[in-house]
Design a protein around this ligand. Sequence first.
Ligand code: NDP
Length: 281
Amino acid sequence: MAEIIDGKAVAARVKENVKKRAEEFEGKYSRKVGLAVIKAGNNPASEIYVRNKIKACEACNIKSFSYDFDDAVTEAELIKLIRKLNKDKNVDGILVQLPLPKGIDERAVLSEISPTKDADGFHAVNAGKLFLGEKTRFVACTPRGIMELINSTGVKIAGLRAVVVGRSNIVGKPIATLLLNADATVTVCHSKTVNLADITREADILVAAVGKKKFITADMVKRGAVVIDVGMNRDEEGLFGDVDFENVKEVAGYITPVPGGVGPMTIAMLLMNTVDGAFDE
Ligand code: NDP
């Protein structure tokens, strides 16, 4: 039976550290670390995420600057705001909550964020630095949080076989890169992968970022593996991960629950990125 990785507890430790450093920053520079949070449109999930991010800022002595646009916002308006925030000395991090309303080119908007204020770590400069194995303050939050969770188990990553299911720019690719940079032997799977279960069964570390409820079943998991469930699939029965938790926990060595696993880490690492970025200026 697997040990459950308590994402809430790990996130609380990260946030405690963020708060301490944010207070240290204020003592040194006589202003608070600042995070600008931009939301556009009426996506109910985004409303919750943004509210939670702002609440977490308050708890960690970070000042949040909130910008709320409706569906009719234009790309030009968003870009104009971002350019203003890039120059604002009180803003250390800028976050654009995705998805943006239809018709807006998300990459075009995100690429306007200064790489030095890229709280989410999605800018090509920071993604590129990660890929090159160069030091960057801004690493995509969910993957950065996943690394904290794996490290919290005490399992040494170097030399292990890691399999990532999913190749999105915000989860799959950056977590695969982080694991590779930590000396794992990494395989990335996706919808065109043939014989997926044969590959996942070889994983000492299995990361599921697919977006399909209970997609990873017990027969796809190696005994004793570290299983990280990134999935957040909501339906009328509730919130579910990409992993069939009840059955996989009988096989895995460590497993993250949904909720209470990767989710809380994403916000904690956003705050960590913001504080790291503030000190870097
Ligand atoms: P995307 O939809 O961008 O990517 C899903 C990936 O899964 C794609 O690479 C896709 O392959 C792959 N995939 C789909 N079907 C299969 C299949 N049958 N076999 C193998 N691979 C498959 O999702 P995200 O990466 O943005 O998110 C993944 C999940 O994580 C979602 O549930 C999301 O809600 C959640 N999430 C949770 C976060 C958190 O904080 N906990 C943060 C971000 C996301 P292909 O590329 O070929 O299409």
